[in-house]
Design a protein around this ligand. Structure first.
Ligand SMILES: NC(=O)c1ccc[n+]([C@@H]2O[C@H](COP(=O)([O-])OP(=O)(O)OC[C@H]3O[C@@H](n4cnc5c(N)ncnc54)[C@H](OP(=O)(O)O)[C@@H]3O)[C@@H](O)[C@H]2O)c1
Length: 323
């Protein structure tokens, strides 16, 4: 067996806990280290999640020569700073989505990784999930004709907390960067880049987009109608209307889920179960890339991350949201 890849977690918050659970499903992965701004928090996380080494500062952890890859799981506004910090120590990085809060930051992160020749990838986990891979084979098979329309949403009623990262502007709050990014990425992944973008949003009292509606129009006449919200529960489904079928992903579509293909002849569904939350698939991909000595993912490429952030920037421009 290959030597285990030693993972380090930077920022032991909510998603880090789920990611750690998923990593336990990856055969040749080791939960090697965790760093928090507080040693107590790092130690508690290490004890609960079975991580071997706890550090009370991010920089201290990054000095550990044993680490093979760092998972950056801090709030959006720190992705740029923390990724650059990891790269300055020569550490490969898997950085949570959104990669950063604007295109300029993403460009700097990519340039730094290229200069240091270290692996860097945005943790946009959906293209690695079995049901999304299956969806792509259906869409690309040509069997059902062209996509005419995609409708996708992601919304939940998050309790208002002016200091929480969802509502606080200085932490990159709002629905778009946190969850709207998923429908936007799905549209990009399946339909490519839109010709026209129309976006409108409700900006709440903290100045962030609490609800965001986006329409993408494509040169072939296709459309994507997307919505994200942190103030209402939405179906969290994705529906593709094609020339000869409707393909829908059941709620919550961005998690491992069920895909139904409906045609004139009837409906057929396929469900996808996974061992953990599903983050294990992106982690396995990162390990494969690192083992192959790559500095860029072959799936979630720098180009994809740049296109994604350019769409998010344009939407933010239209809704008048500046960070
Ligand atoms: N892929 C997914 O499915 C998914 C799901 C949820 C979230 N995410 C992404 O993951 C990131 C983190 O989200 P989360 O919900 O895990 O956040 P969270 O629970 O608030 O955790 C973020 C962690 O970042 C660290 N941090 C460093 N500086 C901070 C600061 N100034 N303020 C607050 N925290 C700070 C904190 O750890 P210490 O202070 O202990 O160092 C904290 O535990 C976000 O960018 C989000 O988009 C991804």
């Amino acid at each position: 067996m290959n030597k285990k890849i030693k993972w380090a977690i930077l920022g032991p918050g909510k998603i880090a806990k789920k990611f750690a659970a998923s990593l336990r499903e990856v055969e040749d992965a080791e939960l090697y280290a965790v760093a928090s701004r507080s040693l107590d928090r790092a130690t508690a996380f290490a004890e609960n999640e079975g991580v071997c080494n706890a550090y009370g500062s991010y920089e201290e952890m990054l000095q550990d020569k044993e680490i093979d890859v760092v998972y950056v799981a801090t709030p959006h506004v720190f992705h740029h700073e923390h990724t650059l910090l990891c790269i300055s120590y020569g550490k490969p990085v898997l950085c949570e989505k959104p990669f950063a809060i604007n295109q300029g930051q993403v460009e700097e992160m990519i340039a730094a990784a290229k200069e240091k020749q270290v692996f860097l990838m945005e943790a946009m986990w959906t293209p690695f999930l079995p049901h999304i891979k299956y969806l792509m084979t259906l869409l690309e098979s040509g069997r059902y004709g062209k996509i005419k329309k995609l409708t996708a949403d992601f919304g939940f009623d998050a309790p208002f907390d002016e200091n929480g990262r969802l509502y606080k502007k200085s932490l990159g709050g709002g629905s778009l960067l946190d969850i709207g990014i998923y429908p936007v990425f799905l549209a990009m992944h399946s339909l490519g880049l839109p010709e026209f973008i129309e976006a409108k949003a409700v900006l709440g009292k903290t100045g962030v987009d609490e609800d965001c509606d986006i329409t993408f129009s494509y040169p072939n006449g296709a459309k994507a109608e997307l919505n994200s919200s942190i103030t209402k529960n939405t179906p969290i489904t994705a529906v593709f209307e094609l020339e000869k079928a409707t393909i829908s992903i059941a709620s919550r579509w961005h998690n491992p889920s069920t895909i139904t293909v409906s045609t004139d002849e009837g409906s057929e569904s396929r469900s996808f179960d996974v061992a953990s939350f599903g983050y294990e698939y992106e982690a396995m991909h990162v390990q494969e890339m690192i083992r192959q000595g790559r500095t860029e993912s072959t799936v979630m490429t720098f180009q994809k991350s740049l296109e994604l952030i350019s769409l998010l920037d344009e939407i933010r421009k239209q809704i008048g949201l500046e960070y």
